[in-house]
Design a protein around this ligand. Structure first.
Ligand code: NAD
Length: 481
């Protein structure tokens, strides 16, 4: 049985003017329809923007701790629904229960975190040169925020935009990815139940080309925050900035883990496997290149094959790795496997889809490792959004660093080493927004800035923590004599 979800505009659950809906399916069993959503168009998106604009003054003038109280209430409502949301996330997006539960918990934590931040939004007091003068700054909201998100963290990513935007006093319109829109609906249900005033937060589902485009360019939108692929992100960034908006885009990655000759190879293989095969390789920070010193290369290849082959693939909560989210994503992965073989990489494990009772018609693929990859091969250069690892052999640390930086992306990067000097040089010279030592490329605490270098981000802004609030505020300097 599927459920029909509505948009949330001006505090009402509404149907799209088009009268049309679209469906999502369970990637572990595509014959199962999970939910139905409104197929909105430009007019629906514009109505939502206008509702957000109408609510702007009231929300900006609501004392910040009162805004925080609503966010805290919403966090509690989501916490009460954690089990149900975890199961829904697994059904709609294919994450294992452990991964889905972790993401739902992160979402709850994000709402609590920014609820607390509302007690600390006052700006800064400065010393004035003139006597009896107060000189200070006030952090004002930017206005209406347009928030566009991808499917791969369909509840945490909307939360890390919605919560700081609201905490800082902005109103907003959110468009989730169509493949997994259910978790966004849950956030809006929680905000509605928590007593958010009408029009402050609005949800519109539908295609990126119409709804997303309207949100990025509408006159009444002041700031656009986008997470998704590089191609769409660049388009959104150009459209939004040309329309005079503040814009932030978080995009793809081609994240390396460098394995030093001093590394504990078993540990390195475990770190790389967790970074690559977690969430079925569908994380922007997933490790897609292991760059391995020649002294430990063959040993590493053996160890990573063992790690990959120990992963139990299947649906739900009994397995380590779920399906890919859609047929398109599965096809994309298979295409890269084909390209890698043609380019001359050595397939050492995996490489195929999985079939049989447990897998049915689901979008399951084997954890796959290619050895002997050259840095200019396509699987070493392009984002592969699935469980496929490229292992590259290098002669020394210098070459490892060079190869690590030899891509257009720069989101996350790690090194496994026992050599402190190497670790320090890596942190210093790696071109990535997140640099880790003896840790996997994925995963970041919510109170530190997150964003990339090069084509992974529009580098001006960061998300999460205090940095996440900066995007949604604008400083006013007050001189009171
Ligand atoms: P996508 O770019 O296809 O879609 C992202 C969102 O943009 C969706 O909501 C989509 O409907 C919308 N969209 C599409 N066309 C649009 C347009 N013309 N105007 C406005 N919006 C439009 O990305 P995806 O497939 O949903 O997500 C996977 C990608 O996201 C990967 O590349 C991954 O690396 C990236 N990602 C990045 C981060 C990060 O923080 N850097 C985090 C997660 C995912």
């Amino acid at each position: 049985m599927s459920e029909t979800n509505r948009n949330y505009v001006g505090g009402e659950w509404t149907e799209a003017g088009t009268g049309e809906t679209f469906e999502t399916v369970n990637p572990a069993d595509p014959s199962e329809t999970v939910a139905e959503y409104q197929q909105s168009d430009e007019e629906d998106a514009a109505e939502a923007v206008e509702a957000a604009a109408a609510a702007e003054d009231e929300w900006a003038n609501t004392p910040a701790p009162q805004r925080g109280a609503i966010l805290r209430e919403a966090a509690g409502i989501l916490a009460d629904r954690k089990q149900e949301l975890t199961e829904e996330l697994t059904r709609e997006e294919g994450k294992t229960h452990a991964e889905a539960g972790g993401e739902v918990q992160r979402t709850i934590d994000i709402f609590y975190y920014y609820a607390e931040k509302t007690r600390d939004l006052g700006g800064k007091v400065k010393s004035a040169s003139a006597p009896q003068t107060n000189l200070y700054t006030v952090a004002e909201p930017v206005g209406v925020a347009g928030l566009i998100t991808p499917w791969n963290y369909p509840i945490a990513i909307p939360a890390w935009k919605i919560a700081p935007a609201l905490a800082a006093g902005n109103t907003l319109v959110h468009k989730p990815a169509s493949i997994a829109a259910g978790p966004s609906v849950a956030i809006f249900e929680a905000l509605d139940e928590a007593g958010l005033p009408d029009g402050v937060a609005n949800l519109v589902t539908g295609p990126g080309s119409s709804v997303g485009d309207t949100i990025s360019t509408h006159d009444e939108v002041d700031a656009v925050s986008f997470t998704g692929s590089g191609e769409v992100g660049q388009m959104v960034y150009d459209a939004a900035t040309q329309a005079g908006k503040r814009a932030q885009t978080e995009m793809g990655g081609k994240n390396p883990t460098v394995v030093s000759s001093s590394a504990d190879v078993e540990e390195a293989a475990e770190i790389v496997a967790n970074g690559r095969f977690g969430v079925t390789g569908q994380a922007c920070t997933a490790c897609s290149r292991a760059i391995v010193h020649t002294d430990v290369y063959e040993e590493f290849v053996e160890a990573i094959v063992e790690e990959a082959e120990s992963i139990e693939v299947g649906p739900g909560d009994e397995y380590d790795m779920g399906p890919q989210v859609s047929e398109d994503e599965l096809e994309g992965t298979l295409e890269y496997i084909d390209v890698a073989e043609k380019e001359g990489a050595r397939l050492v494990t995996g490489g195929d889809t999985l079939s049989g009772d447990r897998f049915g018609e689901g979008y399951f693929v084997e954890p796959t490792v290619f050895a002997d990859v050259e840095s200019d091969y396509r699987i070493a250069q392009e984002e592969v959004f699935g469980p496929v690892l490229a292992v590259i052999e290098v002669d020394d640390f210098e070459e490892g660093l060079e190869v690590a930086n030899d891509v257009r992306y720069g989101l996350s990067a790690s090194i496994v080493t026992d050599d402190h000097t190497e670790a320090e040089r890596f942190v210093d010279e790696i071109e990535a927004g997140v640099a880790k030592v003896n840790a996997k490329t994925t995963g970041l605490e919510l109170h530190v800035p997150f964003g990339g270098f090069k084509e992974s981000s529009s580098e001006t802004w960061r998300e999460q923590g205090d940095a996440g609030l900066e995007f949604y505020t604008i400083d006013k300097t007050v001189y009171d004599n």
